[in-house]
Design a protein around this ligand. Structure first.
Ligand SMILES: NC(=O)c1ccc[n+]([C@@H]2O[C@H](COP(=O)([O-])OP(=O)(O)OC[C@H]3O[C@@H](n4cnc5c(N)ncnc54)[C@H](O)[C@@H]3O)[C@@H](O)[C@H]2O)c1
Ligand SMILES: O=P(O)(O)OC[C@@H](O)[C@@H](O)[C@H](O)[C@H](O)CO
Length: 468
């Protein structure tokens, strides 16, 4: 879409009816979690694929209707504001053909009944999958229990949790005879496809005994749970982003998305109903995404979490400020040295990756708040930091860098640094405040059995004291 003068900013809102606006592509993709990351990543790849005119998204919000309310008057169009270190590049993304609130459940079911709908992608945060650390569905979750009761009575009943929304969509597809489909999670979880499949299949087995006889077997046979490693640092939108987008395009956009220039997507799946040619936009299609997930979760997300808790203790508020602080930068390097010893990749590749991460973190025009990264630590630390703790201890070493990340989280839970926003906050805060045994209690919450290692408990306790 061409840029007009900034003069029109206040009057002209983004819309498909504007002269150069991209037409809405036919809906063949469904997304759950209409957040900023989806719009910077999966929707961007779809808009840039060589077959973009054939593939449009119907995107549903995660819970509240806000994002759909804002994007509907813009016909799903939005500005992606790519923040380079020396200036912005703005583009209007046209792949989101429809936007809906999560509550529009009947519309969602109707879409899944269409054979041409080939893929359901998700970005609803780590906590939405409701699969516990032991690898099984969190059947004790209240919202999930309510959804299970609803589905047992009626497979088309409104439901709110991700496993139930996925299962309801798949049940509708089965009933319509619409054929196979792919579920492609795009959240920061190791083997996210397997996690989604576990949640859906275990829920299907519980529903099976009543309304959905044979449902689990159908899902098993017809649904491809693909996995992906996703990467593009995408902060929440600020008023400054809204102004910058209007200046760049001359059009009013109530919900532009700021993001960084770097982007990466590694996918592994069978895609029996087809998919956009995402590789033509730069995605990498592989047999096994696990090594890529591990590298990204341990190095990028692990250091993000370390900074979110540690650098905020030193008064830093963004990643760029944190990495410019030599003390925090030293913490990150020390942690990376430990993690890299256990990543199955050539040393040179890891060195290049680390150096690229430092450049990305230092981009002063990406205002990535440590408070945004800090949320949900009780689910994030076990997959981002604990693997390095375990691998180093198994090798007989004492990983000070990884221990410092846990120690910083202990201070966060005690009310220092970034504010606590975590579905597991109650238990974690109680553990962190439990006096002499607090470090052991926190470690045990992160992973059962960690406290059997006295040296590890001592190491983290030492870092808690050092950070004080
Ligand atoms: N932002 C990034 O830089 C980035 C990069 C890579 C991956 N991701 C992944 O994408 C996810 C979303 O990031 P975002 O920036 O779009 O966030 P966002 O806050 O813009 O959107 C998150 C969406 O998930 C919904 N949600 C949150 N918790 C939920 C729950 N328990 N159940 C159902 N819905 C829930 C929210 O209502 C919202 O619609 C992240 O959690 C992460 O796994 C984000
Ligand atoms: O999005 P979260 O909450 O899972 O994690 C916060 C950040 O670590 C994360 O968003 C990174 O910026 C992202 O994973 C980069 O691709």
């Amino acid at each position: 879409m061409t840029t007009t003068t900034a003069e029109t900013t206040a009057r002209t809102r983004l819309a498909r009816s504007l002269p150069d606006a991209p037409p809405a592509p036919p809906v063949r993709l469904v997304h759950l979690g209409l957040g900023n990351f989806f719009r910077a990543h999966q929707a961007w790849y779809t808009a840039h694929a060589s077959d973009a005119p054939d593939w449009g998204y119907a995107a549903f919000t995660g819970r509240r209707p806000d994002a759909a309310d804002v994007l509907a008057p813009q016909d799903g169009l939005y500005t992606l504001l790519v923040r380079h270190p020396d200036g912005d590049a703005a583009e209007v993304v046209g792949s989101v053909a429809q936007v809906h609130a999560a509550s529009e459940h009947a519309t969602y079911l109707e879409l899944l009944r269409r054979p041409e709908v080939a893929v359901v992608t998700t970005t609803l945060t780590e906590s939405a999958y409701l699969v516990r650390a032991d690898g099984h569905l969190a059947v004790d979750d209240d919202a999930l229990a309510a959804d299970l009761a609803a589905l047992r009575a009626d497979l088309t009943a409104p439901v709110s949790t991700l496993p139930a929304r996925l299962l309801a969509g798949l049940a509708a597809r089965r009933a319509a005879g619409a054929g196979p489909v792919t579920v492609l999670p795009c959240d920061n979880l190791p083997h996210n496809g397997t996690v989604a499949r576990t949640g859906v299949l275990e829920l299907a087995a519980l529903v099976d005994s009543s309304a959905g006889a044979g449902l689990a077997a159908w899902v098993h046979e017809h649904v491809d749970f693909a996995s992906s490693m996703v990467d593009r640092i995408t902060p929440a939108t600020t008023d400054d982003d809204v102004r910058a987008a209007a200046e760049a395009t001359g059009l009013a956009d109530a919900a532009p998305v700021p993001t960084e220039p770097f982007t990466e997507w590694v996918l592994a799946g069978a895609f029996p109903a087809g998919r956009p040619a995402w590789e033509s936009a730069g995605a990498l299609v592989v047999d096994d995404a696990r090594p890529y997930e591990q590298r990204k979760l341990w190095l990028l997300n692990g250091s993000h979490s370390l900074l979110a808790y540690g650098a905020s203790l030193r008064g830093r508020t963004t990643v760029a400020e944190a990495i410019a602080d030599p003390v925090c930068r030293g913490w990150v390097e020390e942690y990376w040295d430990e993690a890299c010893r256990h990543l199955p990749m050539p040393a040179e590749e890891l060195t290049t990756y680390r150096s690229a991460l430092l450049d990305r973190y230092s981009n002063p025009r990406v205002r990535h708040l440590l408070a945004q990264i800090a949320s949900g630590g009780s689910l994030k630390l076990p997959v981002r930091i604990v693997p390095t703790l375990l691998a180093e201890r198994a090798a007989g070493r004492s990983p000070v860098g990884a221990a410092r990340a846990v120690a910083a989280w202990v201070w966060h839970l005690r009310g220092r640094g970034t504010p606590v926003e975590d579905p597991g906050a109650e238990a974690a805060q109680a553990a962190a405040r439990s006096g002499d045994g607090s470090v052991a209690a926190v470690l045990e919450l992160l992973r059962t059995g960690l406290t059997d290692d006295d040296e590890l408990v001592r190491l983290v306790a030492e870092q808690v004291d050092a950070l004080a």
